[in-house]
Each structure stands twice: as structure tokens, then as C-alpha cells.
Design a binder for this molecule. Structure first.
Ligand SMILES: Cc1cc2nc3c(=O)[nH]c(=O)nc-3n(C[C@H](O)[C@H](O)[C@H](O)COP(=O)(O)OP(=O)(O)OC[C@H]3O[C@@H](n4cnc5c(N)ncnc54)[C@H](O)[C@@H]3O)c2cc1C
Length: 209
């Protein structure tokens, strides 16, 4: 799996980062001049629950090498924009797979998986050779098929995803994606994501090792 932060909101007025824009939005609400620590101001608003402020900034990630099972979970988050590699237009004759560690490290399970994966490849190619269109041949592909997706989300939706998907209840792969996204965005907006990151590290220190 690879997760890359490829774009983020900039605050043009002062050639600043996303938090400068968010602080400005907050100051408009309260007609308060900039005073004191801007980061502390922003963090205080978020702690009060004034989270609509942070919708003014967004980030774009490119995520590759995740399974279709995982991307399906990701795209359930509706307040976002997605562009995903198409199995209608891209030939999947030699697909990459995401194999869960539980299968990979169990010799018997892994042998079963290998047999199945070879059969999937053979079936896909045989369907293509029979003149079946890629959009139909892809029906032979499993959830394990790796995919690539670009996602853009505002900071409020990102916070929401981190709270929901970095948890013992979340599935390991989307949790891994979410942790990587958090660790990439946090240095750029520590006052927005710091509290949630501290809480999650306190709750689940092993996830962040
Ligand atoms: C542990 C776990 C298990 C899950 N298991 C299943 C499962 O078995 N089956 C399944 O189908 N899904 C499952 N899901 C997916 C889950 O139901 C959500 O679809 C998914 O997490 C997207 O999150 P969200 O609905 O909060 O919203 P997002 O789309 O991320 O939206 C963010 C927030 O905006 C608001 N919002 C967005 N759209 C609406 C709307 N139409 N009406 C009102 N408010 C809205 C809500 O406050 C929402 O929380 C699971 C998720 C988790 C984390």
C-alpha cells in the first residue's frame, strides 16, 4: 500500500498554510481581530464543536495498492471526491493482489489462495480471448484485486474518517490507510488534527508503532 498527500489548500493572502485560512474564517464569525496564538484559537473552536470552520480546507491523497474491498469502504464516505482506476477500461490480465496477513502466513490458507488466484487470472484471460469485453470479464475478479484511487476531502470529513476508521472496530486495511492519511496531514494542520491524533495514540498506541 502507498498513500501520498498530493495537494492541500493554501491561504493565498499571506502565502500561508491551511490553518491560516481556517483561522481567518473563525475570526470572521466572531469579528475578533487576530490576537494571541492563532493555533490555540482554532483548536478552541474545534473543541467547542464549531467544526464547519474546518470545511474551508481540503486535502487530496493518492492511494494505491489497496484492495477493492478497502476502496469500497472508503467510497462509502460521501462528502468527498474520488477518481478510481477503472476495471472497464484497464486490462486486468496481470492484476496485483492484496492478501491479508492471516492468509499469507497460514501455509494451508496461502496454498488455497495461490490456486484460486492463478485460476482467476486464467479465467479472466480466457474470457478476454473469447471476445468478452473488459467490463464483463472483470466480474471474475475478487475483492483482493488491488486498485488506485485519488480522494479529496475537506478537513471536517477527514476528522470524521479518522474517528471512525482508526478504531479496533474498523477493518485493518482501511485503518492502515486512515493512519497513513492522518500522519501525512497532521504536520500541515497540527491544531486541527492534534487532539484526535493524541486521543487515538492514547487509545491505540500499538496502531501507531
Ligand atoms: C466499524 C464499521 C462497520 C461498518 N459496517 C457496515 C456494514 O455492515 N454495512 C454497511 O452497509 N456499512 C457499514 N459501515 C459503513 C457505515 O455505515 C457508513 O456508511 C460509512 O462509515 C460512511 O460513514 P458516514 O455514514 O458517517 O458518512 P459520510 O458519508 O462520511 O458523511 C459524514 C457525515 O455527514 C452526515 N451525512 C452524510 N450523508 C448524510 C445523509 N444522507 N443524511 C444525514 N446525514 C448525512 C453524517 O453525519 C455523516 O456521519 C461500517 C462502518 C464502520 C466504521
Amino acid at each position: 500500500m502507498n498513500v501520498e498527500l498530493i495537494a492541500m489548500t493554501r491561504y493565498l493572502a499571506e502565502d500561508g498554510g491551511p490553518e491560516a485560512l481556517l483561522e481567518r474564517a473563525g475570526r470572521v464569525c466572531y469579528r475578533s481581530e487576530s490576537r494571541g496564538n492563532p493555533g490555540r484559537f482554532l483548536r478552541a473552536r474545534i473543541r467547542e464543536g464549531h467544526e464547519s470552520l474546518i470545511e474551508h480546507a481540503s486535502a487530496t491523497f493518492e492511494i494505491s495498492g489497496i484492495s477493492r474491498a478497502c476502496s469500497h469502504q472508503l467510497v462509502r464516505h460521501r462528502l468527498a471526491s474520488y477518481s478510481q482506476e477503472s476495471q472497464r477500461y484497464v486490462k486486468m490480465s496481470d492484476p496485483e493482489w492484496v492478501v491479508p496477513a492471516d492468509i499469507e502466513t497460514n501455509p494451508e490458507a496461502n496454498a488455497l489462495w495461490e490456486t484460486f488466484a492463478d485460476e482467476v487470472k486464467r479465467t479472466y484471460q480466457a474470457l478476454i480471448d473469447l471476445g468478452i469485453r473488459k467490463e464483463d470479464a472483470r466480474f471474475a475478479l475478487p475483492n483482493a484485486t488491488a486498485t488506485r484511487i485519488i480522494v479529496t476531502m475537506n478537513f471536517r470529513e477527514l476528522l470524521h474518517i479518522f474517528r471512525l476508521r482508526i478504531s479496533r472496530h474498523a477493518q485493518w486495511e482501511i485503518r492502515d490507510v486512515s493512519i497513513r492519511m492522518l500522519e501525512l496531514i497532521y504536520p500541515h494542520a497540527p491544531h486541527v488534527f492534534g487532539d484526535v491524533r493524541d486521543d487515538l495514540i492514547a487509545q491505540y498506541p500499538d496502531f501507531f508503532e
